[in-house]
Structure formats: C-alpha cells, structure tokens
Write a new protein. Structure first.
Length: 121
C-alpha cells in the first residue's frame, strides 16, 4: 500500500501539455548529448595522456593542466592512517539560521529556496 502524498493539498496549476512534452523530449536529448560529450571528453583525455594541452592543426584547443586543488576526500579514503595524523581541530563562526528565523520569520521566508523537480509518473 503506497504512502499518502504529503503534498496532496498543495496549490497546483494545469500546464500546457505541448510545452511539458517538449520539455520531456528536451531532457531526454540533453541526457543523450551529455553522455556523448562525456564519451568524447574521455577519448580526448586518453589522447592527451600526461600532456597539459592538445592541439588541432597546430593550435591549442584544450588544456588539462594541474590546479592548486586536491581531491582530499579521495586522499583521506585511500590513506586513512596517514591522513589521520594530519587532522587538526578548527573553530569557525557560522550563521545560526534557526535563531535568525525565529527572530525574523518574515525576512527568512523571502529567502526560502524552491526546487524545480520533474516528478516521475
């Protein structure tokens, strides 16, 4: 037995069926193109190997250069014993959202984020 819809009483509006169907088609095509782009990018990265840039007809068209960023989560996962010795405590100032909302609910509500989600039917 399915659970009751927690949003059953929310305000709704009837959408233009053509616009919504076009949106669904575009989403499917977007995923296909994203998959294709990722496949091509993987092929280009394989061609680059250890090089920092790639050329077409002698002109640089892509770069894959090191950045001043590190995959710390992966490092900690792969080397938990080593990284544990380099952990330190850090204290920081953070915004107390709950106390602000309690003191200024009308202002807080103006900043509520809404999510646009395509529901599965």
């Amino acid at each position: 037995m399915p659970l009751p819809d927690p949003h059953a009483g929310e305000m709704t509006v009837e959408l233009n069926v053509d616009v919504f169907q076009a949106y669904e088609v575009a989403l499917a095509r977007l995923q296909e193109w994203t998959d294709y782009v990722n496949k091509l990018k993987t092929m280009i990265l394989e061609q680059l190997g250890d090089a920092y840039a790639g050329t077409v007809n002698g002109e640089k068209v892509v770069a894959h250069r090191p950045k001043e960023q590190y995959a710390i989560s992966r490092l900690r996962k792969d080397y938990p014993d080593l990284t544990e010795r380099h952990m330190k405590w850090k204290t920081e100032q953070v915004f107390d959202q709950d106390s602000f909302a309690q003191a200024h609910p009308e202002i807080m509500e103006q900043y509520r984020v809404r999510a646009f989600v395509k529901l599965e039917t």
